[in-house]
Design a protein around this ligand. Structure first.
Ligand code: FES
Length: 64
């Protein structure tokens, strides 16, 4: 299954598919479906986005 990572404007990285998210020690968090990863640094639930980006007015628009 393909894993897709979408860079949302002024928001998180949205990862869709069936994949393992590994911590520094290689321990895996198995995911199926869709998650949002923080890219603003403000989340209190890292590595996941908790929508704190809106509180800090995070701005980032990435275009290929
Ligand atoms: S991107 Fe949403 S809390 Fe950081």
């Amino acid at each position: 299954m393909t894993v897709e990572i979408r860079i949302n404007d002024d928001d998180s990285l949205e990862v869709s598919g069936d994949f393992d998210l590994l911590d520094e020690e290689g321990d895996a968090y198995r995911h199926r479906g869709k998650i949002r990863l923080c890219r603003c640094g403000a989340s209190k639930s890292k590595p996941y986005c908790d929508s704190a980006h809106a509180l800090i007015n995070f701005e980032s628009k990435v275009r290929g």
